[in-house]
Write a protein that binds this ligand. Structure first.
Ligand SMILES: [Mn+2]
Length: 435
């Protein structure tokens, strides 16, 4: 009945590494995500919590993974929905506690209806909660009643573990990369002047579903000027002859994400200005991929991309200054007028994976190790409607990003999304072939 991507040993190894670093008077509490209402009695498709998936692969809602140290060893208890024929007729089959114990890498399983009492009693008996809060309000209430001022967060350990992927995880990520690469190729072949952004989205996401996958984030399909909007998502315009389309779309396999961006001309032929910017972004992307080496600092890919882009913007006459002026003291110079985002983020069970490197998560990015997977995604954007910086007429309305998923290895970077073409010649020949 279980459809787990990994064998028991893989999960047990993760649990062991995590729990052996926890204080033995802890009660580890990791609630699964809640079902979200879309409207009235209709919910969004359910996606399990990445930490629960990571530790035991459980993907039904209304569940909580706990662990405590007992009789000299760590034991996990998974609380799940009990079997209930009447409910199952409406909502679908449930695994139930007995089924969970047989098919999932856990030590005990109980009904979710007993979870609150169990957790309260364990805390009363002296165990200290170590919980991920903010997911399940009932659990949050129990924890706040415990009067502990400082609740250790299991993510401190788990986030570091999740940055380095095992062989088994890499295999799943290769599959997600392959499906997303094929989807982009299909979309290129289907492209013609006048095509709707939503129609390209439909080709991409249709391929995901056909491959028994699903999107890992909302697909971005931006034609012309829409490509210069970094988080464009309405995908509702038709794309005119002569315009580029930027497609940022990835899928998820067993919870593991791929994340690819390609930019191509809808009529199958880059104009000279488009070609100039495209080749510059491609050169930056290739330099940044080369920088993804074991022992490199997190910022290496961003530095490499920034250097190429700053120099290229000067060579094309877009910036009129020296390279060091273009780069600025902290890579914050005027090249950032046209390249406003970071170059890389970690990739895994979350598309912007945990473990640092993202602005806002407060953690510096990790030094690169063998087994880490990160994106490399430089871009240049010349929104025609911008009034805060100078947009050269020649490049007005051009937005280009190229993004691949890169595995760091002792033998150098491996591009997991290499199946997705990115040279101008390859792209032009795909589009002209049509469907
Ligand atoms: Mn990305």
């Amino acid at each position: 009945m279980s459809d787990l991507p990994f064998g028991d040993g893989e999960y047990r190894r993760r649990q062991e590494e995590f729990l052996s670093n926890m204080p033995i008077d802890s009660l580890v509490i990791i609630p699964n995500n809640q079902v979200s209402i879309r409207s009235n009695d209709t919910s969004y498709p359910y996606r399990a919590n990445s930490y629960v998936l990571y530790l035991c692969g459980w993907s039904e809602p209304d569940s909580i993974l706990t662990a405590k140290f007992d009789d000299g060893l760590w034991q996990t208890t998974l609380f799940v929905r009990p079997r209930d024929t009447k409910a199952e007729i409406w909502e679908g089959r449930r695994v139930g506690p007995e089924g969970a114990l047989q098919g999932w890498p856990i030590d005990n399983s109980l009904s979710i209806n007993d979870a609150e009492e169990y957790i309260s009693k364990k805390i009363e008996s002296g165990l200290k909660p170590s919980a991920i809060i903010g997911i399940d309000s009932k659990i949050d209430d129990i924890i706040s009643d415990s009067k502990m001022s400082d609740i250790p967060d299991p993510r401190t350990l788990l986030d570091v573990m999740r940055t380095v992927k095992s062989e088994a995880e890499i295999d799943v990520m290769k599959e997600a990369s392959r499906i997303a690469s094929d989807a982009h190729v299909k979309a290129m072949r289907a492209t013609h002047p006048g095509i709707g952004e939503w129609q390209i989205q439909s080709v991409i996401e249709g391929h995901f579903i056909d491959s028994r996958s699903q999107w890992s984030y909302k697909s971005i399909v931006g034609g012309g000027d829409n490509a210069t909007i970094l988080h464009y998502g309405s995908n509702s315009d038709s794309i005119e002859d002569g315009d580029l389309v930027l497609v940022d779309a990835g899928c998820e396999v067993h919870g593991y994400a791929s994340d690819i961006t390609r930019t191509w001309p809808v009529n199958g032929k880059f104009t000279e200005p488009q070609r100039e910017i495209y080749n510059l972004v491609l050169e930056a992307e290739e330099a940044a991929i080369k920088a993804c080496k074991v022992g490199s600092t997190w910022n290496s890919s961003h530095k490499a991309a920034s250097l190429v882009l700053a120099k290229g913007l000067i060579d094309l006459g877009i910036l009129d200054c020296t390279i060091s002026e273009a780069l600025g003291e902290n890579l914050d110079g005027p090249f950032r007028n046209y390249f406003m985002h970071g170059t890389s983020h970690l990739l895994g069970l979350d598309v912007h994976d945990v473990g640092g490197g993202r602005k806002g998560d407060g953690k510096p990015g990790p030094t690169l190790e063998s087994g880490m997977v990160l994106t490399v995604e430089p871009g240049l954007y010349f929104a025609s409607w911008r009034d805060d910086v100078e947009i050269p007429e020649r490049y007005s309305g051009i937005g280009i990003r190229i993004e691949d998923d890169v595995l760091v290895t002792e033998d150098g970077p491996v591009v997991l999304t290499a199946g997705c073409p990115k040279s101008i010649d390859e792209i032009e020949s795909l589009i002209s072939k049509g469907d």
